[in-house]
Design a protein around this ligand. Structure first.
Ligand SMILES: [Zn+2]
Length: 241
């Protein structure tokens, strides 16, 4: 499994772009980065992603989709279909995002040309994403939003992705179900609400010693012993050795 980080900053990080992770060139996990620039810069055409998994509807995880969707349609006469997976409300969120970004006419045109298929997921639900088995886990993050983390199994790797999360039993379940986990770490030090801090990561790593941690959505630039610190345009081959 090949994982490329297209954006590794937290919402307002000055040193890195917003969240987006590309798996095997075909699956995007979140879409906060400027994808019409960062996909080509990673050597991937806008046509290659077949699926986008959205963890939640905050701008730093989703706004890049407006560029990917219309850019892909306008720059390519024939373009493959695209599936979007996310929490309850994903279809209407995507409609509103595209309406605000480009207007209703462009939204209808790009939706039809991409044969956009939206699958809204509940806690524990399993799904098929680009030929791989995925599972959704409800994460505790913003109380008014449905927030998900995911696992996907591919090439013998069980990869978890937390999206944005606080410590919770479901986060533990997600890490337990993974052999590698891409986790957010927004706070380098003492921490705060809504997100994970270094002490939370250290606690999770101690509780799950066989799981390899890769840290993203970073508010600072410090590192954690034993974890891979993601940075923009880092590519990893999983399993890590
Ligand atoms: Zn968020």
């Amino acid at each position: 499994m090949e994982v490329t980080f297209l954006g590794t900053g937290a919402a307002f990080s000055p040193h890195a772009y917003n969240s987006s992770i590309l798996v095997d060139r075909t699956i995007l996990m979140d879409a906060g980065a400027p994808l019409t620039v960062h996909l080509p810069r990673a050597g991937v055409s806008l046509d290659e992603p077949r699926a986008v998994m959205l963890s939640h509807f905050h701008a730093d995880h989703t706004f890049g989709l407006a560029w990917l969707i219309l850019g892909r349609v306008l720059l390519n006469d024939r373009t493959p279909s695209l599936s979007v997976y996310g929490p309850q409300g994903t279809a209407s969120y995507l409609e509103r995002l595209l309406d605000l970004a480009w207007g209703e006419e462009m939204r209808r045109m790009s939706w039809a040309r991409l044969q956009l298929r939206v699958q809204e997921l509940a806690d524990g639900e399993t799904f098929q994403v680009d030929g791989s088995r995925g599972q959704a886990f409800t994460m505790q993050h913003a109380s008014r939003l449905a927030c998900l983390g995911f696992t996907i199994e591919r090439d013998g790797v069980k990869l978890g992705y937390t999206g944005d999360a606080e410590m919770s039993p479901q986060l533990n379940a997600l890490v337990s179900a993974s052999d590698h986990v891409i986790s957010e770490m927004t706070y380098d030090d003492a921490g705060g609400e809504l997100h994970l801090a270094r002490k939370d990561i250290e606690e999770l790593m101690a509780r799950h010693p066989s799981v390899r941690f890769i840290l993203t959505h970073r508010g600072g630039e410090s590192s954690v012993n034993g974890a891979v610190m993601a940075r923009d345009f880092l590519t990893l081959q999983l399993p890590l050795r």
